[in-house]
Design a protein around this ligand. Structure first.
Ligand SMILES: *[C@@H]1O[C@H](CO)[C@@H](O)[C@H](O)[C@H]1NC(C)=O
Ligand SMILES: *[C@@H]1O[C@H](CO)[C@@H](O)[C@H](O)[C@H]1NC(C)=O
Ligand SMILES: *[C@@H]1O[C@H](CO)[C@@H](O)[C@H](O)[C@H]1NC(C)=O
Ligand SMILES: *[C@@H]1O[C@H](CO)[C@@H](O)[C@H](O)[C@H]1NC(C)=O
Ligand SMILES: *[C@@H]1O[C@H](CO)[C@@H](O)[C@H](O)[C@H]1NC(C)=O
Ligand SMILES: *[C@@H]1O[C@H](CO)[C@@H](O)[C@H](O)[C@H]1NC(C)=O
Length: 455
């Protein structure tokens, strides 16, 4: 048998974001408020898939199903849940409903939709995770992959008409990595996989270029805007050193609690600028935070128009990310950049399997120079979680690139834009990417059906 990994990489964030749409958002167009139908269900999942100790411990794994387009024998679109609440991912993955609906209209394929929550996130609480200190022992990508594979297998066995349905794995970001890996690890269960914006090249030992992420983040900003941001770091640090500097910054930035370390403010900025580049969608959206369409063009324009000094300009700019709705009375620097992603669990994963070495130079990128320091990182992981990273565990993923392992590059994309519901403001290349993705879905389903028929 020839080794076929039907896998699509959509490297969105690793590319330029060419700004081809109007500079200021068109407020008259709001993202289609599509209500996705689904039913919330729970599955008694095994806590440890790779141990044999009795008694078997279980936890309740949440998942979402939608059978409205389905007919017996129809394929399964299976979202491999990642680091957050599964309903939130569902509400940002309109592509699955839209594709199911298009397929059903064509009269050829009648898919059902399943979203499987990642253990330790959302409502899929594993015993011990809320202890103090939390027990995160079974929080691994391997266990999560086994959850996803076990769930879909159980559903196929227990649902009449689903027994022989081909399953396509779909995911974005870390969820995209999971959908890529699940096809590799369980090829008998998944006939194909769509991995959108999955940074699977970014692991230690696989990437020679640790600066590329921040280089590309910077290219989303106009050069004037990036220069202002690049100049701001030194000024913020200088201001913090002045008499009462921290207090002045606290007031200027309307912080909820007095600033005690300027690095907290700097990190808050870095997170805001970085997340903005990931969610630079061409239309208003509320993925991480509520934002206008083309938020970076929007904020760069505001910064350009502001008559204040550099610190005032960056304050105006960052407000677009953290306070677009104008409802923040003050800023809480210890609040994560998005309330919907769980920090503790992800930081743990970033200390065990998901090591992404990244550095900045301040030359190609707009951030302060910082060198990736592995020993320091290990020290942090040991003190925070009593774990030591195994940075090589992601290795080997890219060895099987072939004519069926397709990369779709979306030059004007944002972070897994292709997984969202279509929108009149979508760039042409995203529309094309979705078409290509659908062609592959059909090909996988047809091949599976043909092979099943021959048996
Ligand atoms: C804003 O979008 C609407 C709907 O797409 C369109 O009719 C209108 O002309 C747009 N306005 C501007 C100023 O681009
Ligand atoms: C635990 O989960 C397994 C696998 O889903 C199931 O067979 C078993 O009945 C569950 N045990 C309990 C006590 O729910
Ligand atoms: C990393 O990638 C960036 C952006 O493509 C490029 O400018 C830079 O020269 C690369 N650095 C190395 C060390 O390859
Ligand atoms: C958020 O925006 C509103 C409206 O512009 C403003 O009144 C408020 O001060 C801002 N909050 C912060 C913390 O800057
Ligand atoms: C800031 O956020 C943290 C973490 O969510 C929370 O524990 C804290 O109470 C918040 N502080 C204020 C003043 O809102
Ligand atoms: C998470 O996202 C959902 C759906 O987008 C939203 O309704 C909810 O308010 C968000 N939760 C938090 C804590 O921000």
């Amino acid at each position: 048998m020839n080794l076929k990994f039907f896998l699509l990489f959509v490297l969105l964030i690793l590319l330029f974001n060419k700004q081809i749409y109007s500079i200021l958002p068109n407020k008259s167009f709001q993202e289609k408020s599509v209500k996705y139908n689904y039913e919330v269900r729970y599955y008694q999942q095994v806590v440890d898939h790779f141990g044999f100790t009795l008694p078997i411990q279980n936890f309740s794994q949440r998942y979402l199903v939608d059978f409205e387009y389905w007919k017996p024998g129809g394929p399964i679109f299976f979202y491999t849940g990642n680091e957050g609440d599964i309903e939130w991912f569902a509400s940002n993955t309109g592509f699955m409903w839209e594709t199911a609906s298009l397929f059903a209209q064509s009269g050829e394929y009648f898919p059902c939709i399943i979203f499987s929550e990642h253990r330790y996130y959302g409502e899929s609480i594993v015993p011990g995770q809320n202890d103090n200190p939390p027990n995160l022992r079974y929080l691994t990508a391997e266990q999560a992959l086994a959850d996803h594979a076990t769930l879909v297998t159980a559903l196929k066995q227990s649902t009449p008409g689903l027994e022989n349905s081909p399953v396509i794995a779909i995911g974005g970001s870390y969820g995209g990595m999971l959908s890529a890996w699940i096809r590799m690890r369980y090829p008998h269960i998944f006939v194909g996989s769509l991995a959108a914006s999955a940074p699977i090249l970014q692991f230690a030992g696989m990437t020679e270029n640790t600066t590329i992420f921040y280089d590309i983040t910077t290219r989303d900003y106009t050069s004037e805007c990036a220069n202002t941001i690049r100049e701001s770091w030194e000024l913020l640090r200088a201001k913090a050193k002045e008499p009462n500097g921290l207090q002045i910054l606290t007031e200027e930035f309307k912080l909820c609690t007095p600033l005690t370390d300027v690095n907290d403010l700097i990190n808050w900025f870095v997170n805001g600028w970085t997340y903005l580049a990931m969610v630079d969608y061409p239309y208003p959206a509320n993925f991480l935070e509520p934002l206008p369409g083309n938020p970076i063009d929007y904020l760069c324009e505001l910064m350009h128009k502001s008559s204040g000094d550099i610190i005032e300009k960056v304050r105006v700019g960052i407000n677009v990310y953290y306070n677009y709705t104008g409802s923040a009375p003050c800023f809480n620097l210890s609040q994560s950049a998005t309330a919907n992603l769980s920090d503790l669990q992800w930081n743990y994963q970033a200390c065990t399997e998901m090591i992404f070495p990244m550095s900045t130079t301040g030359i190609e990128d707009m951030f302060e120079p910082s060198v990736w320091n592995y020993p320091e990182y290990v020290q942090y992981c040991k003190s925070a979680f009593h774990v030591e990273p195994h940075p090589w565990s992601g290795g080997g993923v890219l060895q099987s690139i072939s004519d069926t392992l397709i990369a779709i590059i979306i030059p004007s994309g944002a972070h897994h834009l292709d997984l969202r519901y279509s929108n009149p403001l979508d760039p042409q290349d995203v529309i094309q990417a979705r078409d290509i993705e659908r062609q592959w879905f059909k090909k996988w389903i047809d091949e599976y059906n043909y092979n099943s028929f021959r048996k």
